[in-house]
Design a protein around this ligand. Sequence first.
Ligand code: SF4
Length: 290
Amino acid sequence: MLQQTQVATVIPYFYKFTKKYKNLESLANSKEKSILKLWEGLGYYRRARNLLATSKILVNKYNSKLPKNVDEIKNLPGIGDYTSNVLIALIYNRPTLALDGNVKRVISRLINTNLDKIDFKLFIKLNKKNIFNTERNSDLVEALMEFGALICNPKTPKCNVCPIKKKCDFFNSTKKIKHLKRTMIQKNINILCYLSKEGKIALTKKNNLGFLNTFNLPQIENAKNKKKLKNWKLLSKYKNSISNKKLNINLYYKFSKNIPLDYSWYSIKKNKDFMPSFTKKIFKQVSVLF
Ligand code: SF4
C-alpha cells in the first residue's frame, strides 16, 4: 500500500484491509473483486492484484511462510529488489539495506556527496562492517527509513537534534551539497470519448498511459496529434496528477454508433464496477451530456 502513497493516506485503508483479512489464508481465499473494493481510491490497483497473487503462492507453495532466499522472494508478483530486501531484513533479521529515497538521502548527506555520484551498492559493500555493526538488522532497516522521513527529511533536516550529527559530513561541511528536487513529468493529452445516445462510453485497454494500462479507458492521444480531432467536440480541460506525472487533459467526445475494434461499450450511469479515479473523473464529466 505504501508504494507511491503517503503513510497518512494508507492508514485507514490498512486498518480496513487487515480487519477483513486477518491472516494470509483468508487473503489467499478471497476474490479479486472484494480486494479491489477495499482498495478503491488508493490507486495503483496492480498492487492489490499482486498482493492476492502472492498470498496464493505463499499459501500453496511455501506453506504460508516467506521464502528465506532473496531471489525466491523477488519471483513473487509485485516484489522487486527494494521490497525483497525490506522483507528479508524485517522478517529474518538479515544484514541488508532497502534503498528507498529516504535511505539514499541519508547516505548522501552523511558523506556530503550528491545522490547521482554515489554507487549505493558498492558503498554498502565497502562499508558493510560499519553499517551492519549490530545484531538488530531488522531495527536498523526500519530505523533508517524512519530517520530519513522524520529527522533527515528532504527539505529541512533537523540537524540540531540529530544524534549522528558529529559524524555527518553534510552537517560539518562548509560546502554542503544541494538536494536534487523530484522532477515532475508534464504530459499534454487528449482523451477521446465515443458515446452512445443510450448513455454508454466506449473503453479499451489499448492506451498509451503505461501506469494505467491494465484498465479500460477511452482513447488517449498525445495532444500534439491534432489530425485526430476532426469531428470531436471539446467538453473540458482539466489537470490530473498521478505519481510524478502532471497531465494536462483536453476531454473530447462524439456520439457514434460505430466504435473501433478492441473497444467495448460501458454504461456510464449503471456501471458499478470497480474503476480507477482517473476513469471516474471522465465518467463524471461526460455524464452531464445525458
Ligand atoms: S546531521 Fe543533519 S544532514 Fe546529517 S544525518 Fe543528521 S539530520 Fe541528516
